[in-house]
Write a protein that binds this ligand. Structure first.
Ligand SMILES: Cc1cc2nc3c(=O)[nH]c(=O)nc-3n(C[C@H](O)[C@H](O)[C@H](O)COP(=O)(O)OP(=O)(O)OC[C@H]3O[C@@H](n4cnc5c(N)ncnc54)[C@H](O)[C@@H]3O)c2cc1C
Length: 299
Protein backbone atom coordinates (compact mmCIF):
# COMPACT_ATOMS: atom_id res chain seq x y z
CA UNK A 1 0.00 0.00 0.00
CA UNK A 2 2.77 2.43 0.96
CA UNK A 3 4.28 2.05 -2.54
CA UNK A 4 0.97 2.83 -4.22
CA UNK A 5 0.42 5.90 -2.05
CA UNK A 6 3.71 7.21 -3.37
CA UNK A 7 2.10 7.30 -6.84
CA UNK A 8 4.83 5.59 -8.89
CA UNK A 9 5.21 7.38 -12.22
CA UNK A 10 6.65 6.37 -15.61
CA UNK A 11 10.25 6.95 -14.37
CA UNK A 12 9.78 4.53 -11.48
CA UNK A 13 10.14 0.77 -11.23
CA UNK A 14 7.95 -1.19 -8.79
CA UNK A 15 9.46 -4.48 -7.59
CA UNK A 16 7.37 -7.05 -5.73
CA UNK A 17 7.50 -10.75 -4.99
CA UNK A 18 4.21 -11.44 -6.80
CA UNK A 19 1.12 -9.48 -7.67
CA UNK A 20 -0.93 -10.67 -4.71
CA UNK A 21 1.95 -10.17 -2.24
CA UNK A 22 0.25 -7.48 -0.16
CA UNK A 23 -2.21 -8.72 2.44
CA UNK A 24 -4.54 -6.04 1.05
CA UNK A 25 -4.86 -7.84 -2.32
CA UNK A 26 -7.51 -10.21 -0.91
CA UNK A 27 -8.95 -13.51 -2.21
CA UNK A 28 -11.01 -14.03 -5.37
CA UNK A 29 -14.47 -15.48 -4.84
CA UNK A 30 -17.60 -15.43 -7.08
CA UNK A 31 -16.24 -12.67 -9.36
CA UNK A 32 -15.58 -10.53 -6.29
CA UNK A 33 -12.71 -10.19 -3.88
CA UNK A 34 -12.75 -10.57 -0.11
CA UNK A 35 -10.14 -9.29 2.32
CA UNK A 36 -7.57 -11.70 3.76
CA UNK A 37 -7.45 -9.88 7.09
CA UNK A 38 -10.12 -8.27 9.23
CA UNK A 39 -9.38 -4.61 8.42
CA UNK A 40 -11.18 -1.90 10.35
CA UNK A 41 -10.31 1.76 10.67
CA UNK A 42 -11.23 4.39 13.26
CA UNK A 43 -11.69 7.19 10.75
CA UNK A 44 -13.37 7.42 7.37
CA UNK A 45 -11.07 9.90 5.62
CA UNK A 46 -8.51 7.42 4.30
CA UNK A 47 -11.29 5.29 2.76
CA UNK A 48 -12.56 8.39 0.93
CA UNK A 49 -9.05 9.32 -0.16
CA UNK A 50 -8.70 5.89 -1.74
CA UNK A 51 -11.92 6.55 -3.66
CA UNK A 52 -14.05 4.29 -1.47
CA UNK A 53 -17.38 4.63 0.29
CA UNK A 54 -16.97 4.33 4.09
CA UNK A 55 -19.63 2.41 5.99
CA UNK A 56 -19.85 3.06 9.72
CA UNK A 57 -20.44 -0.05 11.81
CA UNK A 58 -21.10 -0.70 15.47
CA UNK A 59 -18.74 -3.05 17.26
CA UNK A 60 -20.01 -5.61 19.74
CA UNK A 61 -17.36 -7.38 21.80
CA UNK A 62 -17.46 -10.54 23.88
CA UNK A 63 -14.69 -11.70 26.19
CA UNK A 64 -14.40 -15.40 27.00
CA UNK A 65 -11.79 -16.29 29.62
CA UNK A 66 -8.77 -14.24 30.64
CA UNK A 67 -6.35 -11.89 28.89
CA UNK A 68 -3.29 -13.75 30.27
CA UNK A 69 -4.25 -16.82 28.26
CA UNK A 70 -4.31 -14.77 25.03
CA UNK A 71 -0.95 -13.17 25.88
CA UNK A 72 0.56 -16.59 26.62
CA UNK A 73 -0.67 -18.14 23.38
CA UNK A 74 0.56 -15.19 21.33
CA UNK A 75 3.91 -15.10 23.12
CA UNK A 76 3.71 -11.31 23.47
CA UNK A 77 4.15 -9.10 26.50
CA UNK A 78 1.01 -7.05 26.05
CA UNK A 79 -1.96 -6.80 23.75
CA UNK A 80 -1.89 -3.10 22.98
CA UNK A 81 -0.37 -3.67 19.54
CA UNK A 82 -2.69 -6.57 18.68
CA UNK A 83 -5.12 -5.31 16.04
CA UNK A 84 -8.53 -6.43 17.28
CA UNK A 85 -7.92 -4.75 20.66
CA UNK A 86 -7.63 -1.34 18.98
CA UNK A 87 -11.32 -1.19 18.09
CA UNK A 88 -14.17 -0.32 20.42
CA UNK A 89 -17.77 0.72 19.80
CA UNK A 90 -17.48 2.04 16.20
CA UNK A 91 -15.30 1.54 13.14
CA UNK A 92 -15.39 2.01 9.37
CA UNK A 93 -15.18 -0.44 6.50
CA UNK A 94 -15.12 0.40 2.79
CA UNK A 95 -18.01 -0.81 0.66
CA UNK A 96 -16.71 -3.68 -1.50
CA UNK A 97 -13.76 -4.29 0.85
CA UNK A 98 -10.20 -2.96 0.92
CA UNK A 99 -9.13 -5.40 -1.78
CA UNK A 100 -11.30 -3.56 -4.32
CA UNK A 101 -9.80 -0.17 -3.50
CA UNK A 102 -6.32 -1.65 -3.51
CA UNK A 103 -6.75 -3.41 -6.87
CA UNK A 104 -8.19 -0.26 -8.42
CA UNK A 105 -5.11 1.64 -7.23
CA UNK A 106 -2.77 -1.04 -8.66
CA UNK A 107 -4.47 -0.82 -12.06
CA UNK A 108 -3.55 2.87 -12.21
CA UNK A 109 0.21 2.40 -11.74
CA UNK A 110 2.04 4.12 -14.58
CA UNK A 111 5.52 2.85 -13.69
CA UNK A 112 7.00 -0.46 -14.87
CA UNK A 113 6.52 -3.50 -12.62
CA UNK A 114 8.87 -6.44 -12.02
CA UNK A 115 7.97 -9.55 -10.02
CA UNK A 116 10.52 -11.80 -8.39
CA UNK A 117 12.76 -12.28 -5.40
CA UNK A 118 15.45 -9.72 -4.72
CA UNK A 119 18.82 -11.49 -4.81
CA UNK A 120 20.85 -8.65 -3.34
CA UNK A 121 21.05 -4.89 -2.98
CA UNK A 122 24.42 -3.20 -3.10
CA UNK A 123 23.84 0.09 -1.26
CA UNK A 124 27.28 1.56 -2.05
CA UNK A 125 26.88 1.00 -5.79
CA UNK A 126 23.08 1.63 -5.67
CA UNK A 127 22.52 -1.57 -7.61
CA UNK A 128 20.21 -4.51 -7.11
CA UNK A 129 19.31 -7.76 -8.78
CA UNK A 130 15.87 -9.41 -9.01
CA UNK A 131 15.74 -13.19 -9.71
CA UNK A 132 16.99 -13.86 -13.23
CA UNK A 133 16.96 -10.18 -14.24
CA UNK A 134 20.09 -8.26 -15.08
CA UNK A 135 21.54 -5.78 -12.62
CA UNK A 136 19.47 -2.63 -12.08
CA UNK A 137 20.78 0.73 -10.99
CA UNK A 138 18.68 3.12 -8.95
CA UNK A 139 18.98 6.70 -7.70
CA UNK A 140 16.68 6.22 -4.73
CA UNK A 141 14.95 3.20 -3.28
CA UNK A 142 11.70 3.29 -1.29
CA UNK A 143 11.50 0.12 0.74
CA UNK A 144 8.01 -1.11 1.69
CA UNK A 145 9.05 -4.78 1.83
CA UNK A 146 9.42 -6.28 5.32
CA UNK A 147 12.45 -4.66 6.94
CA UNK A 148 13.98 -8.01 8.01
CA UNK A 149 13.82 -9.11 4.35
CA UNK A 150 15.51 -5.90 3.16
CA UNK A 151 18.28 -6.21 5.75
CA UNK A 152 19.06 -9.76 4.61
CA UNK A 153 19.43 -8.57 1.03
CA UNK A 154 21.72 -5.64 1.74
CA UNK A 155 25.35 -6.40 1.01
CA UNK A 156 28.09 -5.21 3.33
CA UNK A 157 25.68 -4.13 6.06
CA UNK A 158 25.61 -5.32 9.63
CA UNK A 159 22.76 -7.84 10.00
CA UNK A 160 19.93 -6.67 12.28
CA UNK A 161 17.25 -9.22 11.54
CA UNK A 162 17.70 -10.99 14.88
CA UNK A 163 16.45 -7.81 16.59
CA UNK A 164 13.32 -7.71 14.45
CA UNK A 165 10.75 -10.16 15.71
CA UNK A 166 7.25 -10.97 14.54
CA UNK A 167 4.42 -13.18 15.77
CA UNK A 168 3.12 -15.35 12.92
CA UNK A 169 -0.61 -16.02 12.76
CA UNK A 170 -2.86 -18.46 10.95
CA UNK A 171 -5.96 -16.62 9.81
CA UNK A 172 -8.87 -18.77 8.71
CA UNK A 173 -11.52 -16.92 6.67
CA UNK A 174 -14.93 -18.56 6.85
CA UNK A 175 -17.69 -17.15 4.65
CA UNK A 176 -20.99 -17.82 6.36
CA UNK A 177 -24.53 -17.78 5.05
CA UNK A 178 -25.70 -15.11 7.47
CA UNK A 179 -26.16 -11.39 7.01
CA UNK A 180 -24.52 -9.04 9.52
CA UNK A 181 -25.06 -5.36 10.12
CA UNK A 182 -22.43 -4.88 12.79
CA UNK A 183 -18.94 -6.14 13.65
CA UNK A 184 -18.56 -8.75 16.38
CA UNK A 185 -15.20 -9.31 18.03
CA UNK A 186 -14.73 -12.34 20.28
CA UNK A 187 -11.66 -12.38 22.52
CA UNK A 188 -10.88 -15.95 23.42
CA UNK A 189 -8.73 -16.51 26.49
CA UNK A 190 -9.90 -19.99 27.38
CA UNK A 191 -8.02 -23.28 26.94
CA UNK A 192 -10.85 -24.82 24.92
CA UNK A 193 -10.24 -22.30 22.09
CA UNK A 194 -7.13 -22.52 19.89
CA UNK A 195 -7.88 -19.11 18.43
CA UNK A 196 -7.25 -15.91 20.37
CA UNK A 197 -9.80 -13.82 18.49
CA UNK A 198 -12.59 -14.23 16.00
CA UNK A 199 -13.63 -11.11 14.11
CA UNK A 200 -17.01 -11.48 12.40
CA UNK A 201 -17.70 -8.83 9.76
CA UNK A 202 -20.48 -8.02 7.31
CA UNK A 203 -19.56 -8.51 3.65
CA UNK A 204 -20.19 -5.15 2.05
CA UNK A 205 -20.03 -6.33 -1.56
CA UNK A 206 -23.47 -6.16 -3.30
CA UNK A 207 -23.21 -9.78 -4.57
CA UNK A 208 -22.21 -11.06 -1.13
CA UNK A 209 -24.41 -9.00 1.18
CA UNK A 210 -26.39 -12.01 2.38
CA UNK A 211 -23.13 -13.50 3.65
CA UNK A 212 -20.69 -12.54 6.39
CA UNK A 213 -17.08 -13.42 7.07
CA UNK A 214 -15.54 -14.75 10.28
CA UNK A 215 -11.76 -14.35 10.60
CA UNK A 216 -10.44 -16.91 13.04
CA UNK A 217 -7.01 -15.90 14.35
CA UNK A 218 -4.81 -18.73 15.67
CA UNK A 219 -1.24 -18.16 16.96
CA UNK A 220 0.93 -20.26 14.67
CA UNK A 221 3.83 -21.08 17.04
CA UNK A 222 1.57 -22.37 19.83
CA UNK A 223 0.06 -25.04 17.53
CA UNK A 224 2.63 -25.62 14.79
CA UNK A 225 3.43 -29.14 16.03
CA UNK A 226 -0.21 -30.16 16.06
CA UNK A 227 -1.19 -28.59 12.71
CA UNK A 228 -4.82 -29.01 11.57
CA UNK A 229 -5.35 -25.22 11.66
CA UNK A 230 -8.44 -25.29 9.43
CA UNK A 231 -10.11 -27.86 11.67
CA UNK A 232 -9.23 -25.79 14.73
CA UNK A 233 -10.74 -22.67 13.12
CA UNK A 234 -13.96 -24.51 12.29
CA UNK A 235 -14.19 -26.07 15.72
CA UNK A 236 -13.79 -22.69 17.50
CA UNK A 237 -16.39 -21.03 15.29
CA UNK A 238 -18.74 -23.92 16.07
CA UNK A 239 -18.15 -23.59 19.83
CA UNK A 240 -19.19 -19.94 19.62
CA UNK A 241 -22.37 -20.87 17.77
CA UNK A 242 -21.35 -19.13 14.53
CA UNK A 243 -21.86 -22.21 12.36
CA UNK A 244 -25.49 -23.16 12.04
CA UNK A 245 -24.64 -24.27 8.47
CA UNK A 246 -21.34 -25.27 6.87
CA UNK A 247 -19.31 -22.26 5.64
CA UNK A 248 -19.71 -21.62 1.91
CA UNK A 249 -16.00 -20.85 1.55
CA UNK A 250 -12.96 -21.52 3.74
CA UNK A 251 -9.49 -20.20 3.16
CA UNK A 252 -6.44 -20.35 5.38
CA UNK A 253 -3.78 -17.67 5.34
CA UNK A 254 -0.38 -17.69 7.03
CA UNK A 255 0.58 -14.15 8.08
CA UNK A 256 4.25 -14.20 8.98
CA UNK A 257 4.12 -10.59 10.21
CA UNK A 258 1.02 -10.82 12.45
CA UNK A 259 2.41 -8.65 15.26
CA UNK A 260 5.70 -6.76 15.00
CA UNK A 261 8.29 -6.44 17.78
CA UNK A 262 11.85 -5.27 18.10
CA UNK A 263 14.03 -2.32 17.36
CA UNK A 264 15.12 -1.04 13.98
CA UNK A 265 18.25 0.79 15.09
CA UNK A 266 20.36 -1.21 12.60
CA UNK A 267 18.55 0.49 9.75
CA UNK A 268 19.63 3.97 10.82
CA UNK A 269 21.82 5.61 8.22
CA UNK A 270 20.18 3.92 5.22
CA UNK A 271 19.19 7.38 3.88
CA UNK A 272 22.88 7.92 3.16
CA UNK A 273 22.51 5.24 0.44
CA UNK A 274 19.30 6.71 -0.95
CA UNK A 275 17.12 4.16 0.88
CA UNK A 276 13.89 5.37 2.53
CA UNK A 277 11.68 3.12 4.66
CA UNK A 278 7.89 3.28 4.37
CA UNK A 279 4.76 1.38 5.38
CA UNK A 280 4.04 -0.93 8.31
CA UNK A 281 6.46 -3.63 7.17
CA UNK A 282 9.04 -1.30 5.69
CA UNK A 283 9.30 0.77 8.88
CA UNK A 284 8.62 -2.23 11.14
CA UNK A 285 6.07 -0.26 13.10
CA UNK A 286 2.45 -1.15 13.88
CA UNK A 287 0.83 1.21 11.39
CA UNK A 288 -2.78 0.86 10.28
CA UNK A 289 -3.86 1.70 6.75
CA UNK A 290 -4.79 5.29 7.71
CA UNK A 291 -1.48 5.69 9.59
CA UNK A 292 0.40 4.70 6.43
CA UNK A 293 -1.46 7.53 4.65
CA UNK A 294 -0.54 10.03 7.34
CA UNK A 295 3.13 9.04 7.40
CA UNK A 296 3.45 9.30 3.63
CA UNK A 297 1.92 12.75 3.71
CA UNK A 298 4.18 13.92 6.52
CA UNK A 299 7.36 12.98 4.62
C1 LIG B 1 -3.47 -9.56 11.42
C2 LIG B 1 -3.47 -8.13 10.94
C3 LIG B 1 -4.59 -7.34 11.15
C4 LIG B 1 -4.58 -5.99 10.75
N1 LIG B 1 -5.69 -5.26 11.00
C5 LIG B 1 -5.71 -3.96 10.63
C6 LIG B 1 -6.87 -3.17 10.88
O1 LIG B 1 -7.87 -3.62 11.43
N2 LIG B 1 -6.83 -1.86 10.49
C7 LIG B 1 -5.73 -1.30 9.87
O2 LIG B 1 -5.76 -0.12 9.53
N3 LIG B 1 -4.63 -2.04 9.60
C8 LIG B 1 -4.59 -3.35 9.98
N4 LIG B 1 -3.47 -4.10 9.71
C9 LIG B 1 -2.30 -3.46 9.07
C10 LIG B 1 -2.48 -3.34 7.57
O3 LIG B 1 -2.53 -4.63 7.02
C11 LIG B 1 -1.32 -2.51 6.99
O4 LIG B 1 -1.35 -1.22 7.53
C12 LIG B 1 -1.45 -2.41 5.46
O5 LIG B 1 -1.35 -3.71 4.91
C13 LIG B 1 -0.41 -1.52 4.83
O6 LIG B 1 0.89 -1.93 5.16
P1 LIG B 1 2.12 -1.86 4.15
O7 LIG B 1 1.94 -0.80 3.13
O8 LIG B 1 3.36 -1.84 5.02
O9 LIG B 1 2.12 -3.35 3.58
P2 LIG B 1 1.75 -4.08 2.24
O10 LIG B 1 0.80 -3.34 1.36
O11 LIG B 1 1.33 -5.46 2.68
O12 LIG B 1 3.15 -4.13 1.49
C14 LIG B 1 4.19 -4.96 1.89
C15 LIG B 1 4.89 -5.57 0.70
O13 LIG B 1 5.83 -6.52 1.20
C16 LIG B 1 5.80 -7.69 0.41
N5 LIG B 1 6.07 -8.85 1.27
C17 LIG B 1 5.28 -9.31 2.26
N6 LIG B 1 5.84 -10.40 2.83
C18 LIG B 1 7.02 -10.61 2.21
C19 LIG B 1 8.06 -11.56 2.37
N7 LIG B 1 8.01 -12.54 3.28
N8 LIG B 1 9.12 -11.46 1.56
C20 LIG B 1 9.18 -10.48 0.64
N9 LIG B 1 8.24 -9.55 0.45
C21 LIG B 1 7.16 -9.62 1.21
C22 LIG B 1 4.42 -7.79 -0.15
O14 LIG B 1 4.43 -8.44 -1.40
C23 LIG B 1 3.96 -6.33 -0.25
O15 LIG B 1 4.12 -5.82 -1.52
C24 LIG B 1 -3.44 -5.45 10.10
C25 LIG B 1 -2.32 -6.26 9.87
C26 LIG B 1 -2.33 -7.57 10.30
C27 LIG B 1 -1.12 -8.41 10.02
Amino acid sequence: MATLLNNPGSEDLVIDIWEGGSALYGWDILDACVDRLPLLVNESTCIKELGGEPIETNIITEFHGVEEDIIKKLGTTDLSSFWPFKFVKKAYLPEGGWCNLFRRKISKIRGKRVFGEIKYIDPEARELRVSWWKKLRYDSLLNTLPLDYLMKKLRKMEPVEDKLKSVPLFIGSLILRSRMDEVRIYYLGKKKFSSVTIVHLPLLTPRLQDFSIAYVIIPYIAYRNQGAFREKALSDAKKLGLLNKEPVFIRGYFEKYGILHGKVSGSAGLERYGITLAGRLGKWKELGICDVFKEMRAE
